[in-house]
Design a protein around this ligand. Structure first.
Ligand SMILES: Cc1cc2nc3c(=O)[nH]c(=O)nc-3n(C[C@H](O)[C@H](O)[C@H](O)COP(=O)(O)OP(=O)(O)OC[C@H]3O[C@@H](n4cnc5c(N)ncnc54)[C@H](O)[C@@H]3O)c2cc1C
Length: 204
């Protein structure tokens, strides 16, 4: 199936966190039922170079590549996310009707589009976004996309992670992806949404 509720371009810290939060709404709300999500990623996350000692909740010394694998395993438990290895070269459309094309000539359609491609460059054609210097980057030459205060470029088009101007720390980027997921779910629910799990009650 090539049609999704949300297409996320970029499967690093922010894109995967966005997908995990969206996926975890399954079974919790009527509006979440039957929704499907897509992550498209070309395997060049900054996390692949990292070893993490200061990411909250992550065992010290964890390699970034192990953390990516672990988050993907978490996502897969929900069964509502497809993850495709490819590079997006073109995207266009509006809320309810986005089209994304890859360098391997695959084509996907989505109601929402989330850009989470990091701060090194932005070379996806067709979207008419404003790319500006990233003031939070530790080195010059990094970029971000201008958004409103909800990380939205326009209706249906969101930006997450370093591309949205967050500091280059795993927790900042991951938190940004989660926030974008909550903003999209708020649109579906018509009110603020969080997904909190609690332990099963002990059987007496
Ligand atoms: C060497 C190094 C060490 C680090 N160490 C730490 C640390 O110790 N602690 C810490 O908190 N943070 C650390 N970080 C920072 C952390 O890795 C980043 O903050 C985080 O990965 C940023 O997340 P992101 O989702 O914005 O971008 P990324 O994780 O870089 O993800 C962007 C993703 O988009 C994909 N992509 C880009 N363009 C396209 C396209 N056109 N089509 C499809 N996919 C695309 C890329 O493949 C990539 O997977 C380190 C970073 C580096 C480089």
């Amino acid at each position: 199936m090539n049609r999704y509720d949300v297409i996320i371009v970029g499967g690093g810290a922010s894109g995967l966190s966005c997908a995990l939060t969206l996926a975890s709404s399954k079974g919790k709300f009527p509006w979440a039922e039957g929704r499907r999500y897509l992550v498209i990623d070309n395997d060049s996350s900054d996390l692949l170079k990292a070893m993490l000692n200061n990411a909250p909740g992550v065992k010290q010394g964890t390699l970034g590549r192990e953390l990516i694998k672990h988050i993907i395993e978490q996502i897969k438990t929900y069964g509502n996310v497809d993850i495709v290895n490819d590079r997006v070269v073109f995207a266009s459309g509006e809320k309810g009707n986005f089209v994304v094309e890859t360098e391997n000539e695959r084509r996907f359609e989505g109601d929402y589009l989330v850009l989470a491609t990091g701060f090194h460059e932005f070379n996806i054609e067709g979207l008419n976004v404003e790319v500006v210097p990233n003031p939070k980057a530790p080195r010059p030459g990094k970029i971000m996309i201008k958004t409103d205060e909800n990380y939205r470029v326009r209706d249906g088009l969101y930006v997450a992670g370093l591309l949205a101007g967050f500091s280059s720390m795993f927790a900042s980027a991951a938190g940004s992806g989660t926030q974008v997921a909550c903003n999209i779910m708020e649109e579906w629910a018509g009110k603020p949404v969080v997904i909190h799990d609690v332990p099963e009650p002990k059987k007496s």
